[in-house]
Design a protein. Structure first.
Length: 366
C-alpha cells in the first residue's frame, strides 16, 4: 500500500509516565514505520508527568489533554468531530476505556481498539467495575488486544481477543560491560549482593512486603543492598519504613529513570511480590538483562520466558521469602536463556509489524 501521508492513530491513555502502557507504546512508536503511521496521544488525566513529551514531538507525534471532570467525554466528542483525520482510536484504559470507545463510536470513528494491560485489580471496587463494564467494552470495541492470555480472559471474558505480547528491544538490555561502572555509581561494593525492584510506589507493587523481605535478607547477610527504582504516592511511606528499620545505608532509592537498561546490569537478584500484574514490562526487561526473579504466584505464569522466574505465595512469611531469595541468588547470568525471548516473540519488532499491518488494514477498509 502506498501512503502519501502517514495515517494518524489516536492513543487514549491516562498519562505519559513510566508505566507499562507507556513503555509498550513508546517501544512500538520508536520502531514503527513512521512514513506510513504516526502516533498521537490524548491524555485523560494531567498528572504533570510527561516523560516522553520531547521524544514524541521529535518523532512527529502530537499530545492533547482532556479536561478533568464531568465535561471530559463531551470534550472528547468535540475533539473527535473537529479531527476527522482520526479513523482509529486505540484505548489503553482497560474496562474504563469503554466510555472513551463509546464516545468514539458516537463521534463516528469506525475503528475502536480496546487494549488490556493487566490481568487483575487490587481494589475490589475496581474489580466490580471491570465485571460490570466488560459487556459494554466488548460491544463498543471493534478490536480487542491483550498483553497475555490471562489478561484477555480477565478483561473480555470469552469474547474474541488477540494476544499482543508486551515486547521490548532486547538488545538494549545487554550492557554487562557497564556493571562495575554502575555499581560504583550506586555505591555498591564488588562483594555485595544487590537485590532490586523496578516499579511505581503503589499498593499493587507491594513495596511494604519487599522491605520486610529485604530486612530478613539483610539480617542474615549484611553484605546485601536493595535498589528501588520508581516514583509514586507511597514512596514517602516506604522511605520512612526504611528509616524506622535502620536500613538507610542498605536501601538505595532512585526516581524514574531513562537508563533502567543500564541500572539493571548492577543487580544480582530481583524481588517482585506484586499483588497483581499483567505481562509485566519490568519483568521482561529484567529477564532480558539475564536476571533471576523471585515473584508472587499471583503474577501470570506466562511471564516466565527464560525459565528464571520463580513463583512464591504471598502467604509465605518474609523470612521464607528471604531464605528462598538468598538460595536463588547463587546463579550465573551466562546460563540464562535469552534466545527464548526472541523465539517466543518478545522482541518489539514482532509486534510492530503486526500492529502496522492492522492499522493499515483499518484505513483500507474505510
Amino acid at each position: 500500500m502506498v501512503v502519501d501521508e502517514p495515517i494518524r492513530i489516536l492513543h487514549e491513555v491516562a498519562g505519559l509516565g513510566n508505566g507499562g502502557v507507556e513503555t509498550f507504546l513508546m517501544n512500538v512508536y520508536r520502531n514503527i514505520d513512521r512514513s506510513k503511521i504516526q502516533f498521537d496521544f490524548i491524555l485523560s488525566h494531567d498528572w504533570n508527568i510527561n516523560l516522553y513529551e520531547d521524544e514524541i514531538k521529535s518523532l512527529g507525534g502530537k499530545i492533547y489533554y482532556l479536561p478533568e471532570g464531568y465535561k471530559q467525554f463531551y470534550s472528547f466528542y468535540r475533539f473527535l468531530k473537529n479531527h476527522p483525520e482520526y479513523k482509529v482510536v486505540h484505548s489503553h484504559r482497560g474496562a474504563f476505556g469503554s466510555f472513551y470507545l463509546f464516545t468514539s463510536w458516537f463521534a463516528g470513528v469506525g475503528n475502536r481498539i480496546a487494549h488490556a494491560h493487566t490481568s487483575s485489580a487490587v481494589r475490589k471496587s475496581k474489580a466490580r467495575w471491570v465485571r460490570f463494564l466488560r459487556p459494554f467494552l466488548n460491544i463498543v470495541s471493534t478490536k480487542r488486544f491483550s498483553c497475555g492470555q490471562e489478561a484477555g480472559l480477565w478483561m473480555y471474558g470469552k469474547s474474541n481477543f488477540e494476544v499482543l505480547n508486551n515486547s521490548i528491544d532486547i538488545s538494549s538490555f545487554r550492557h554487562f560491560d557497564k556493571r562495575d561502572e554502575i555499581r560504583d555509581m550506586l555505591g555498591v561494593e564488588t562483594d555485595e549482593l544487590l537485590f532490586g525492584h523496578v516499579g511505581r510506589f503503589a499498593e499493587e507493587k507491594n513495596h511494604v512486603f519487599i522491605i520486610d523481605v529485604f530486612k530478613a535478607i539483610h539480617d542474615n547477610n549484611n553484605k546485601t543492598k536493595l535498589l528501588l527504582i520508581g516514583d509514586g504516592h507511597l514512596r514517602p511511606f516506604i522511605e520512612n519504613k526504611v528509616r524506622l528499620l535502620g536500613l538507610n545505608d542498605a536501601v538505595i532509592f532512585l526516581r524514574n529513570r531513562d537508563d533502567v537498561n543500564l541500572l539493571l546490569t548492577a543487580i544480582d537478584m530481583v524481588l517482585f511480590p506484586s499483588l497483581f500484574e499483567g505481562l509485566s514490562f519490568a519483568m521482561l526487561e529484567m529477564q532480558a538483562s539475564s536476571l533471576r526473579i523471585l515473584a508472587s504466584d499471583s503474577i501470570p505464569k506466562e511471564v516466565n520466558i527464560t525459565g528464571e522466574v520463580y513463583f512464591k505465595s504471598l502467604e509465605d512469611s518474609p523470612n521464607d521469602w528471604a531464605e528462598t531469595a538468598l538460595e536463588l541468588s547463587n546463579y550465573s547470568k551466562n546460563d540464562v536463556d535469552i534466545d527464548s525471548m526472541y523465539k517466543k516473540g518478545f522482541d518489539v519488532r514482532n509486534n510492530v509489524k503486526r500492529l502496522e499491518n492492522y492499522y493499515l488494514s483499518c484505513v483500507n477498509n474505510e
